[in-house]
Design a protein around this ligand. Structure first.
Ligand code: SAH
Ligand code: SF4
Ligand code: F3S
Length: 447
Protein backbone atom coordinates (compact mmCIF):
# COMPACT_ATOMS: atom_id res chain seq x y z
CA UNK A 1 0.00 0.00 0.00
CA UNK A 2 1.24 3.51 -0.87
CA UNK A 3 2.00 5.77 2.07
CA UNK A 4 0.26 9.15 2.10
CA UNK A 5 2.57 12.18 1.80
CA UNK A 6 1.21 13.43 5.10
CA UNK A 7 2.52 10.32 6.84
CA UNK A 8 5.91 10.73 5.24
CA UNK A 9 6.64 14.19 6.53
CA UNK A 10 5.60 13.36 10.09
CA UNK A 11 8.81 11.39 10.61
CA UNK A 12 11.42 13.82 11.82
CA UNK A 13 14.97 13.65 10.49
CA UNK A 14 16.40 12.81 13.86
CA UNK A 15 18.00 9.51 14.81
CA UNK A 16 18.91 7.51 17.85
CA UNK A 17 21.35 4.63 17.68
CA UNK A 18 21.94 1.95 20.29
CA UNK A 19 24.85 -0.43 19.89
CA UNK A 20 25.26 -3.98 21.17
CA UNK A 21 28.26 -6.29 20.83
CA UNK A 22 31.93 -5.84 20.11
CA UNK A 23 34.20 -2.93 19.24
CA UNK A 24 33.67 -3.61 15.55
CA UNK A 25 30.01 -2.84 16.10
CA UNK A 26 30.81 0.22 18.22
CA UNK A 27 32.96 1.53 15.40
CA UNK A 28 30.35 0.63 12.76
CA UNK A 29 27.88 2.76 14.70
CA UNK A 30 30.31 5.68 14.46
CA UNK A 31 30.38 5.17 10.72
CA UNK A 32 26.59 4.84 10.45
CA UNK A 33 26.02 7.91 12.65
CA UNK A 34 28.51 9.90 10.55
CA UNK A 35 26.76 8.89 7.36
CA UNK A 36 23.35 9.84 8.80
CA UNK A 37 24.62 13.25 9.89
CA UNK A 38 26.08 13.77 6.43
CA UNK A 39 22.64 12.97 5.00
CA UNK A 40 21.05 15.70 7.11
CA UNK A 41 19.85 13.75 10.14
CA UNK A 42 20.43 14.98 13.68
CA UNK A 43 21.47 12.62 16.48
CA UNK A 44 19.41 12.60 19.68
CA UNK A 45 19.97 10.92 23.01
CA UNK A 46 16.81 8.83 23.47
CA UNK A 47 14.62 6.67 21.22
CA UNK A 48 11.57 8.64 22.39
CA UNK A 49 12.86 11.84 20.78
CA UNK A 50 13.94 10.20 17.54
CA UNK A 51 12.25 9.86 14.17
CA UNK A 52 14.55 7.02 13.19
CA UNK A 53 15.60 4.41 15.76
CA UNK A 54 18.61 2.27 14.84
CA UNK A 55 19.59 -0.86 16.72
CA UNK A 56 23.07 -2.08 15.79
CA UNK A 57 22.79 -5.66 16.93
CA UNK A 58 24.94 -8.58 18.08
CA UNK A 59 24.12 -12.26 17.75
CA UNK A 60 27.22 -13.86 19.21
CA UNK A 61 25.17 -15.53 21.96
CA UNK A 62 21.44 -16.05 22.28
CA UNK A 63 21.17 -13.53 25.12
CA UNK A 64 22.74 -10.81 22.97
CA UNK A 65 20.34 -11.57 20.15
CA UNK A 66 17.29 -11.35 22.41
CA UNK A 67 18.13 -7.81 23.52
CA UNK A 68 17.04 -6.21 20.28
CA UNK A 69 13.72 -8.07 20.31
CA UNK A 70 13.09 -6.87 23.86
CA UNK A 71 13.72 -3.30 22.76
CA UNK A 72 11.44 -3.66 19.76
CA UNK A 73 8.71 -5.20 21.87
CA UNK A 74 8.86 -2.20 24.16
CA UNK A 75 8.21 0.21 21.29
CA UNK A 76 5.61 -1.84 19.48
CA UNK A 77 2.86 0.73 19.95
CA UNK A 78 4.71 3.85 18.83
CA UNK A 79 5.69 2.40 15.46
CA UNK A 80 4.24 3.54 12.18
CA UNK A 81 3.00 6.86 13.48
CA UNK A 82 6.08 8.97 13.95
CA UNK A 83 8.92 6.49 14.20
CA UNK A 84 10.90 4.31 11.83
CA UNK A 85 12.79 1.31 13.23
CA UNK A 86 15.94 -0.06 11.65
CA UNK A 87 17.67 -3.27 12.75
CA UNK A 88 21.24 -3.36 11.52
CA UNK A 89 24.36 -5.41 12.28
CA UNK A 90 24.77 -9.09 13.04
CA UNK A 91 21.20 -10.09 14.00
CA UNK A 92 19.99 -8.29 10.87
CA UNK A 93 22.40 -10.24 8.67
CA UNK A 94 21.61 -13.51 10.41
CA UNK A 95 17.82 -13.30 10.55
CA UNK A 96 17.25 -11.22 7.41
CA UNK A 97 13.65 -10.69 6.38
CA UNK A 98 12.40 -12.96 9.17
CA UNK A 99 12.77 -9.87 11.39
CA UNK A 100 9.88 -8.22 9.56
CA UNK A 101 7.66 -11.18 10.50
CA UNK A 102 8.70 -11.17 14.12
CA UNK A 103 8.58 -7.38 14.50
CA UNK A 104 6.32 -5.94 11.78
CA UNK A 105 7.00 -2.36 12.85
CA UNK A 106 10.62 -2.65 11.66
CA UNK A 107 11.17 -0.95 8.30
CA UNK A 108 14.82 -1.63 7.62
CA UNK A 109 17.06 -4.68 8.05
CA UNK A 110 20.69 -4.32 6.99
CA UNK A 111 23.95 -6.14 7.70
CA UNK A 112 27.32 -4.47 8.08
CA UNK A 113 28.42 -5.30 4.53
CA UNK A 114 25.64 -3.05 3.21
CA UNK A 115 26.34 0.17 5.11
CA UNK A 116 27.97 1.79 2.10
CA UNK A 117 24.46 1.72 0.56
CA UNK A 118 22.94 3.48 3.57
CA UNK A 119 22.22 6.78 1.75
CA UNK A 120 20.17 4.92 -0.90
CA UNK A 121 18.36 2.90 1.77
CA UNK A 122 17.48 6.12 3.62
CA UNK A 123 15.94 7.57 0.48
CA UNK A 124 13.72 4.50 0.26
CA UNK A 125 12.73 4.82 3.92
CA UNK A 126 11.87 8.50 3.50
CA UNK A 127 9.74 7.61 0.53
CA UNK A 128 7.64 5.57 2.94
CA UNK A 129 8.97 2.16 1.93
CA UNK A 130 8.20 -0.24 4.77
CA UNK A 131 10.54 -3.08 3.81
CA UNK A 132 14.05 -1.89 3.05
CA UNK A 133 16.81 -4.49 3.13
CA UNK A 134 20.59 -4.58 2.74
CA UNK A 135 21.60 -8.19 3.16
CA UNK A 136 24.10 -8.92 0.44
CA UNK A 137 27.45 -10.26 1.60
CA UNK A 138 29.13 -10.28 -1.78
CA UNK A 139 31.06 -7.11 -1.11
CA UNK A 140 34.77 -7.19 -1.87
CA UNK A 141 35.70 -3.99 -0.10
CA UNK A 142 35.80 -2.99 3.54
CA UNK A 143 33.38 -0.19 4.51
CA UNK A 144 35.47 2.90 4.76
CA UNK A 145 33.75 6.26 5.11
CA UNK A 146 35.15 9.78 5.42
CA UNK A 147 32.12 10.69 7.56
CA UNK A 148 32.86 8.50 10.58
CA UNK A 149 31.65 10.32 13.68
CA UNK A 150 34.23 9.90 16.44
CA UNK A 151 33.16 11.56 19.66
CA UNK A 152 36.32 10.82 21.63
CA UNK A 153 38.91 13.51 20.82
CA UNK A 154 41.83 11.51 22.22
CA UNK A 155 41.58 7.99 20.88
CA UNK A 156 39.99 6.29 17.91
CA UNK A 157 39.03 2.95 16.43
CA UNK A 158 40.26 2.12 12.97
CA UNK A 159 39.07 -0.98 11.12
CA UNK A 160 41.79 -2.66 9.08
CA UNK A 161 40.06 -5.94 8.23
CA UNK A 162 36.39 -6.97 8.11
CA UNK A 163 34.79 -10.41 8.23
CA UNK A 164 36.22 -13.79 9.15
CA UNK A 165 37.50 -16.71 7.10
CA UNK A 166 37.89 -19.07 10.05
CA UNK A 167 35.08 -21.48 10.69
CA UNK A 168 35.02 -22.07 14.43
CA UNK A 169 32.22 -24.56 14.87
CA UNK A 170 30.31 -22.50 17.47
CA UNK A 171 30.48 -19.08 15.86
CA UNK A 172 28.08 -16.95 13.80
CA UNK A 173 30.57 -14.28 12.75
CA UNK A 174 31.56 -15.83 9.39
CA UNK A 175 27.85 -15.70 8.50
CA UNK A 176 27.04 -12.32 9.99
CA UNK A 177 30.12 -10.48 8.76
CA UNK A 178 31.03 -12.40 5.63
CA UNK A 179 34.46 -13.27 4.27
CA UNK A 180 37.66 -11.48 5.22
CA UNK A 181 38.39 -8.20 3.43
CA UNK A 182 41.50 -6.17 4.29
CA UNK A 183 41.86 -2.48 3.54
CA UNK A 184 44.89 -1.30 1.60
CA UNK A 185 47.84 -0.18 3.71
CA UNK A 186 47.65 3.23 2.01
CA UNK A 187 44.07 3.82 3.12
CA UNK A 188 44.83 2.67 6.68
CA UNK A 189 47.91 4.89 6.91
CA UNK A 190 46.04 7.86 5.50
CA UNK A 191 43.23 7.51 8.03
CA UNK A 192 45.73 7.03 10.87
CA UNK A 193 47.60 10.19 9.81
CA UNK A 194 44.32 12.10 9.72
CA UNK A 195 43.53 10.89 13.23
CA UNK A 196 46.96 12.01 14.43
CA UNK A 197 46.49 15.40 12.75
CA UNK A 198 43.17 15.79 14.57
CA UNK A 199 44.97 15.40 17.90
CA UNK A 200 44.26 11.74 18.64
CA UNK A 201 47.26 10.04 20.22
CA UNK A 202 45.82 6.55 20.64
CA UNK A 203 44.58 4.29 17.87
CA UNK A 204 42.99 0.88 18.20
CA UNK A 205 43.25 -1.23 15.07
CA UNK A 206 40.21 -3.45 14.71
CA UNK A 207 39.35 -6.72 13.04
CA UNK A 208 37.59 -9.95 13.99
CA UNK A 209 41.01 -11.45 13.39
CA UNK A 210 43.10 -8.33 13.24
CA UNK A 211 46.35 -10.22 12.76
CA UNK A 212 45.05 -12.03 9.66
CA UNK A 213 45.48 -8.66 7.91
CA UNK A 214 46.91 -8.91 4.39
CA UNK A 215 47.41 -5.74 2.38
CA UNK A 216 45.59 -6.22 -0.95
CA UNK A 217 47.71 -3.52 -2.64
CA UNK A 218 51.08 -4.25 -4.34
CA UNK A 219 52.92 -3.11 -1.18
CA UNK A 220 51.69 -6.39 0.34
CA UNK A 221 52.25 -5.46 4.00
CA UNK A 222 51.59 -8.08 6.63
CA UNK A 223 50.03 -7.20 10.00
CA UNK A 224 53.34 -6.67 11.83
CA UNK A 225 54.54 -4.22 9.16
CA UNK A 226 51.29 -2.27 9.25
CA UNK A 227 51.35 -2.17 13.06
CA UNK A 228 54.90 -0.89 13.13
CA UNK A 229 54.20 1.80 10.54
CA UNK A 230 51.07 3.07 12.30
CA UNK A 231 53.17 3.27 15.46
CA UNK A 232 55.70 5.49 13.70
CA UNK A 233 53.21 8.18 12.62
CA UNK A 234 54.19 11.45 14.30
CA UNK A 235 51.76 12.27 17.12
CA UNK A 236 50.67 8.68 17.72
CA UNK A 237 51.72 7.47 21.18
CA UNK A 238 49.72 4.30 21.61
CA UNK A 239 48.61 1.67 19.13
CA UNK A 240 46.37 -1.16 20.29
CA UNK A 241 44.91 -4.03 18.26
CA UNK A 242 42.01 -6.43 18.79
CA UNK A 243 41.37 -9.39 18.35
CA UNK A 244 44.30 -11.64 17.51
CA UNK A 245 43.71 -15.21 16.40
CA UNK A 246 46.31 -17.64 17.82
CA UNK A 247 46.75 -19.47 14.53
CA UNK A 248 47.90 -16.30 12.73
CA UNK A 249 49.87 -14.94 15.68
CA UNK A 250 53.42 -14.95 14.33
CA UNK A 251 56.75 -13.96 15.90
CA UNK A 252 57.22 -10.72 13.86
CA UNK A 253 54.27 -9.21 15.77
CA UNK A 254 56.25 -9.61 18.99
CA UNK A 255 59.41 -8.30 17.32
CA UNK A 256 57.45 -5.18 16.33
CA UNK A 257 56.18 -4.67 19.90
CA UNK A 258 59.70 -5.14 21.26
CA UNK A 259 61.23 -2.58 18.93
CA UNK A 260 58.52 0.08 18.80
CA UNK A 261 57.57 1.61 22.18
CA UNK A 262 54.42 3.16 20.70
CA UNK A 263 52.91 -0.31 20.21
CA UNK A 264 51.09 -1.24 23.40
CA UNK A 265 52.50 -4.32 25.08
CA UNK A 266 49.14 -6.01 25.41
CA UNK A 267 47.81 -8.91 23.37
CA UNK A 268 44.26 -10.23 23.56
CA UNK A 269 44.65 -13.83 22.44
CA UNK A 270 41.43 -15.84 22.86
CA UNK A 271 42.17 -19.46 23.75
CA UNK A 272 38.54 -20.65 24.27
CA UNK A 273 39.64 -23.89 25.99
CA UNK A 274 42.71 -25.46 27.56
CA UNK A 275 41.86 -28.90 26.19
CA UNK A 276 43.18 -29.89 22.78
CA UNK A 277 40.26 -32.22 22.15
CA UNK A 278 37.74 -29.45 22.84
CA UNK A 279 39.78 -27.11 20.64
CA UNK A 280 39.47 -29.71 17.89
CA UNK A 281 35.71 -29.88 18.31
CA UNK A 282 35.65 -26.08 18.15
CA UNK A 283 37.73 -26.16 14.94
CA UNK A 284 40.09 -23.60 16.41
CA UNK A 285 43.04 -24.68 14.22
CA UNK A 286 45.59 -24.94 17.04
CA UNK A 287 46.45 -27.29 19.90
CA UNK A 288 47.07 -26.30 23.49
CA UNK A 289 50.82 -26.81 22.88
CA UNK A 290 50.80 -24.50 19.85
CA UNK A 291 48.91 -21.86 21.82
CA UNK A 292 51.40 -22.18 24.70
CA UNK A 293 54.29 -21.72 22.28
CA UNK A 294 52.91 -18.24 21.45
CA UNK A 295 52.51 -17.49 25.14
CA UNK A 296 56.17 -18.44 25.68
CA UNK A 297 57.25 -16.00 22.94
CA UNK A 298 55.44 -13.25 24.82
CA UNK A 299 56.79 -14.25 28.21
CA UNK A 300 60.33 -14.20 26.80
CA UNK A 301 59.92 -10.80 25.15
CA UNK A 302 62.30 -8.04 26.22
CA UNK A 303 59.33 -5.90 27.26
CA UNK A 304 56.71 -7.54 29.54
CA UNK A 305 53.58 -8.17 27.51
CA UNK A 306 50.16 -8.29 29.14
CA UNK A 307 48.03 -11.19 27.93
CA UNK A 308 44.23 -11.44 28.08
CA UNK A 309 41.82 -14.01 26.66
CA UNK A 310 38.31 -15.32 25.98
CA UNK A 311 37.05 -18.67 27.30
CA UNK A 312 33.94 -20.67 26.47
CA UNK A 313 32.72 -23.15 29.10
CA UNK A 314 30.34 -26.01 28.40
CA UNK A 315 31.07 -26.62 24.72
CA UNK A 316 29.35 -29.91 23.72
CA UNK A 317 31.40 -32.84 24.99
CA UNK A 318 33.50 -30.78 27.45
CA UNK A 319 34.27 -33.26 30.25
CA UNK A 320 35.26 -32.46 33.80
CA UNK A 321 38.84 -33.26 32.83
CA UNK A 322 38.70 -30.93 29.79
CA UNK A 323 37.46 -28.21 32.10
CA UNK A 324 40.32 -28.96 34.54
CA UNK A 325 42.67 -28.41 31.60
CA UNK A 326 41.21 -24.94 31.09
CA UNK A 327 41.70 -24.19 34.78
CA UNK A 328 45.33 -25.33 34.76
CA UNK A 329 45.94 -23.33 31.59
CA UNK A 330 44.82 -20.20 33.46
CA UNK A 331 47.43 -20.94 36.13
CA UNK A 332 50.09 -21.60 33.54
CA UNK A 333 49.50 -18.43 31.52
CA UNK A 334 48.44 -16.12 34.36
CA UNK A 335 46.25 -13.81 32.29
CA UNK A 336 45.81 -10.19 33.33
CA UNK A 337 42.10 -10.52 32.63
CA UNK A 338 39.63 -12.60 30.65
CA UNK A 339 36.10 -12.77 29.31
CA UNK A 340 34.32 -16.05 30.04
CA UNK A 341 31.14 -17.18 28.31
CA UNK A 342 28.74 -20.06 28.67
CA UNK A 343 28.43 -21.93 25.40
CA UNK A 344 25.38 -20.83 23.45
CA UNK A 345 24.03 -22.85 20.49
CA UNK A 346 23.91 -20.61 17.42
CA UNK A 347 21.88 -20.98 14.24
CA UNK A 348 23.65 -22.22 11.10
CA UNK A 349 26.87 -23.11 12.93
CA UNK A 350 28.52 -26.52 12.45
CA UNK A 351 28.27 -27.28 16.20
CA UNK A 352 24.51 -26.70 16.16
CA UNK A 353 23.77 -30.37 15.45
CA UNK A 354 25.67 -31.38 18.60
CA UNK A 355 22.96 -29.68 20.62
CA UNK A 356 23.46 -28.18 24.05
CA UNK A 357 24.93 -31.13 25.95
CA UNK A 358 26.04 -29.47 29.17
CA UNK A 359 23.23 -28.30 31.42
CA UNK A 360 22.79 -24.64 32.24
CA UNK A 361 23.41 -25.48 35.88
CA UNK A 362 26.72 -27.18 35.10
CA UNK A 363 27.83 -24.30 32.88
CA UNK A 364 27.03 -21.92 35.72
CA UNK A 365 29.08 -24.06 38.11
CA UNK A 366 32.05 -24.17 35.73
CA UNK A 367 32.02 -20.47 34.91
CA UNK A 368 31.90 -19.49 38.56
CA UNK A 369 34.82 -21.75 39.47
CA UNK A 370 36.76 -20.32 36.55
CA UNK A 371 36.02 -16.71 37.45
CA UNK A 372 36.94 -17.37 41.07
CA UNK A 373 40.33 -18.81 40.04
CA UNK A 374 40.96 -15.93 37.67
CA UNK A 375 40.08 -13.40 40.35
CA UNK A 376 42.77 -14.87 42.59
CA UNK A 377 45.29 -14.69 39.74
CA UNK A 378 44.44 -11.05 39.08
CA UNK A 379 44.74 -10.11 42.76
CA UNK A 380 48.13 -11.85 42.84
CA UNK A 381 49.37 -10.16 39.66
CA UNK A 382 48.02 -6.71 40.46
CA UNK A 383 49.44 -6.76 43.99
CA UNK A 384 52.90 -7.23 42.49
CA UNK A 385 52.43 -3.93 40.69
CA UNK A 386 52.23 -1.85 43.89
CA UNK A 387 55.11 0.61 43.84
CA UNK A 388 55.51 0.51 40.04
CA UNK A 389 55.62 3.68 37.98
CA UNK A 390 53.12 3.68 35.10
CA UNK A 391 52.31 6.12 32.35
CA UNK A 392 48.57 6.69 32.29
CA UNK A 393 46.41 8.06 29.47
CA UNK A 394 43.74 10.12 31.23
CA UNK A 395 40.20 9.20 30.11
CA UNK A 396 37.87 10.76 32.62
CA UNK A 397 37.21 12.00 36.12
CA UNK A 398 35.31 10.58 39.11
CA UNK A 399 34.22 13.80 40.80
CA UNK A 400 32.77 11.98 43.81
CA UNK A 401 36.01 10.10 44.44
CA UNK A 402 38.19 13.09 43.52
CA UNK A 403 40.06 10.76 41.17
CA UNK A 404 41.18 10.82 37.57
CA UNK A 405 40.36 7.73 35.49
CA UNK A 406 43.27 6.49 33.45
CA UNK A 407 44.54 3.55 31.47
CA UNK A 408 47.98 2.02 31.39
CA UNK A 409 49.76 1.00 28.23
CA UNK A 410 48.83 -2.58 29.09
CA UNK A 411 45.16 -1.58 29.05
CA UNK A 412 44.57 -1.69 32.80
CA UNK A 413 42.44 0.85 34.59
CA UNK A 414 44.62 2.94 36.91
CA UNK A 415 42.76 5.71 38.73
CA UNK A 416 44.80 8.33 40.49
CA UNK A 417 44.67 11.42 42.64
CA UNK A 418 47.02 14.26 43.29
CA UNK A 419 46.43 16.74 40.47
CA UNK A 420 42.89 17.86 41.04
CA UNK A 421 42.78 21.32 39.57
CA UNK A 422 44.43 20.69 36.24
CA UNK A 423 43.07 19.94 32.80
CA UNK A 424 44.40 16.43 32.39
CA UNK A 425 41.89 14.79 30.04
CA UNK A 426 43.70 13.21 27.12
CA UNK A 427 47.16 13.78 28.56
CA UNK A 428 49.73 11.23 29.70
CA UNK A 429 50.63 11.33 33.39
CA UNK A 430 53.24 9.37 35.36
CA UNK A 431 51.52 7.57 38.23
CA UNK A 432 52.88 5.51 41.12
CA UNK A 433 50.68 2.48 41.92
CA UNK A 434 49.65 2.49 45.60
CA UNK A 435 46.78 -0.01 45.77
CA UNK A 436 45.56 -2.99 43.77
CA UNK A 437 42.20 -4.68 43.40
CA UNK A 438 41.25 -7.63 41.20
CA UNK A 439 40.14 -5.44 38.31
CA UNK A 440 41.97 -2.16 38.64
CA UNK A 441 44.81 -0.24 40.21
CA UNK A 442 44.88 2.98 42.19
CA UNK A 443 47.78 5.41 42.39
CA UNK A 444 49.18 8.88 42.98
CA UNK A 445 50.45 11.13 40.25
CA UNK A 446 54.19 11.74 40.31
CA UNK A 447 55.08 15.33 39.72
N1 SAH B 1 37.42 -13.43 16.45
C1 SAH B 1 37.68 -13.59 17.81
C2 SAH B 1 36.46 -13.63 18.71
C3 SAH B 1 35.18 -13.03 18.29
S1 SAH B 1 33.73 -13.37 19.19
C4 SAH B 1 38.43 -14.89 18.00
O1 SAH B 1 38.34 -15.78 17.20
O2 SAH B 1 39.09 -15.04 18.97
C5 SAH B 1 34.14 -12.99 20.87
C6 SAH B 1 34.07 -14.17 21.79
O3 SAH B 1 32.75 -14.61 21.95
C7 SAH B 1 34.83 -15.38 21.34
O4 SAH B 1 36.19 -15.30 21.56
C8 SAH B 1 34.18 -16.48 22.13
O5 SAH B 1 34.82 -16.66 23.38
C9 SAH B 1 32.77 -15.96 22.37
N2 SAH B 1 31.79 -16.73 21.60
C10 SAH B 1 31.66 -16.80 20.25
N3 SAH B 1 30.66 -17.63 19.93
C11 SAH B 1 30.14 -18.11 21.08
C12 SAH B 1 29.08 -19.02 21.40
N4 SAH B 1 28.37 -19.62 20.45
N5 SAH B 1 28.82 -19.27 22.69
C13 SAH B 1 29.54 -18.67 23.67
N6 SAH B 1 30.54 -17.81 23.44
C14 SAH B 1 30.85 -17.53 22.15
FE1 SF4 C 1 34.24 -16.56 15.25
FE2 SF4 C 1 36.32 -18.15 15.10
FE3 SF4 C 1 36.03 -16.18 13.33
FE4 SF4 C 1 36.67 -15.65 15.87
S1 SF4 C 1 37.91 -16.80 14.39
S2 SF4 C 1 35.13 -14.61 14.63
S3 SF4 C 1 35.52 -17.19 16.98
S4 SF4 C 1 34.74 -17.98 13.53
FE1 F3S D 1 28.47 -9.59 18.04
FE2 F3S D 1 28.70 -9.30 15.47
FE3 F3S D 1 30.58 -8.40 17.07
S1 F3S D 1 27.91 -11.07 16.48
S2 F3S D 1 30.50 -9.79 18.77
S3 F3S D 1 28.53 -7.68 16.98
S4 F3S D 1 30.85 -9.30 15.07
Amino acid sequence: MEESPLQRITVEKTFYIETFGCQMNAHDSEKVAGTLVEEGYRQVGTPEEAGYVFYNTCSIRDKAEQKVFNRLQHFKRSAGKDKVFAVIGCVAQQEGEKIFDRAPHVSMVAGSASYSKLPQMLVQLEAGNKRVTGLSLDTTEAFDTPFTRRDNPHRAYLTIIEGCDKKCSYCVVPFTRGPERSRTSDSVMEEARRLADSGRTEIQLLGQNVNSYRDPSPAGWDFATLLDNVGRIPGIRRVRFMTSHPRDFVKPIIDAIESNPNLCSHVHLPVQSGSTSVLQGMQRLYTRAQYMERIEWMKNARRPISITTDIIVGFPGETESDFEDTLNLLEEVEYDSLFAFKYSVRPNTPAMHLGDQISEEEKTRRISILLERQRAIQIRRNTRRIGALEEVHVEGRHESLQQWIGRTEQNQTLNFSGRDNEALLGTYVPVRVTRAGPNSLVGESVR
